[in-house]
Design a protein around this ligand. Structure first.
Ligand SMILES: C[S@@+](CC[C@H](N)C(=O)[O-])C[C@H]1O[C@@H](n2cnc3c(N)ncnc32)[C@H](O)[C@@H]1O
Length: 266
């Protein structure tokens, strides 16, 4: 069965995912000036980018819980993008659109290479016209992992598979991708769920920044006990410098935060 992100849009996992993604992006572009070459971003599992929040969607236990945001995080680019008020019917931006908006508002030129296997995503993206003129958007309807096997020099790669219907397969594919990206010195982030029965499955390369959240929800038939962002290259260094903000966000949503070092280092 095809995975549909709309009901999950803006849930706690999305909050963690998009907060860490924008944290890293902000660091990566901090020192770039207008004359710098286009920022090259690749996303393997991009989704539609724009989601209308349904009255009974998972956002009620996600973004709805982080607003109003605590003072400490108010200037973070994720909360800048979110605004101060969300309600059913509001629009929530997905990962690549947050990236495009962040870069566009700062007038950075960028090329976004987006991949998704869902033809419905392809149709939505063909109609999409809200991209700033400084951004070049290329969408390909197909397997995002395959895109990583091609030669490319991206400034940031984001891997965000559904882990559904076969979570073990996505853990394995992310592990392979992380090793390949690390060996090519490519900066990457990869989101992953913490599932009741996933202990020991995940043998990826990278530092893990995890949000542990009791009774947060379901992924297929499994209970989700948290989620993490796997970070490699400059992304790992960036998140290491923002532990305070990550811990503050975790506290703000009543969760725990932990960092797990790269298992491949030991
Ligand atoms: C978690 S959603 C992506 C959400 C998006 N990254 C965001 O944060 O807004 C996962 C997406 O992966 C797509 N998908 C599933 N298998 C795929 C594959 N092998 N390659 C590319 N996309 C895939 C699904 O159609 C779905 O849109």
């Amino acid at each position: 069965m095809a995975y549909h992100h709309a009901r999950k849009a803006g849930n706690l996992a999305d909050v963690w995912k998009h907060f860490t993604l924008l944290t890293v992006l902000a660091d990566l572009v901090a020192d770039r000036d207008a004359a710098a070459p286009s920022f090259a971003y690749l996303e393997t599992h991009c989704g539609e980018g724009l989601y209308e929040l349904a009255p009974d969607g998972e956002w009620r236990n996600g973004v709805a819980r982080v607003l109003p945001v605590c003072k400490e995080l108010a200037d973070h680019p994720y909360f800048e993008a979110l605004g101060s008020h969300l309600a059913a019917g509001s629009v929530y931006r997905g990962s690549w659109l947050l990236v495009a908006d962040y870069l566009g508002r700062r007038r950075h030129r960028a090329s976004l290479s987006l991949h998704d296997t869902d033809p419905a995503v392809a149709r939505r993206l063909q109609l999409f016209s809200g991209i700033p003129h400084t951004q070049r958007l290329r969408f390909r309807c197909g397997d995002g992992y395959a895109a990583l096997r091609r030669c490319g020099s991206w400034d940031l790669v984001f891997i965000d598979p559904p882990y559904s219907p076969d979570a073990a397969l996505d853990y394995r594919r992310v592990a392979v991708a992380s090793r390949s990206l690390a060996s090519r010195h490519i900066t990457f982030l990869a989101w992953y769920p913490l599932l009741e029965s996933s202990h020991g499955w995940f043998t990826a390369t990278g530092v893990r920044y995890e949000l542990l959240m009791p009774r947060v929800g379901q992924l297929g038939r499994q209970s989700l006990t948290g989620c993490g962002m796997l970070a490699g290259g400059r992304a790992a260094r960036s998140l290491a410098g923002h532990r305070g903000a990550l811990a503050a966000l975790a506290t703000h949503v009543g969760a725990r935060f932990r960092v797990r070092p790269d298992a491949s280092d030991s």
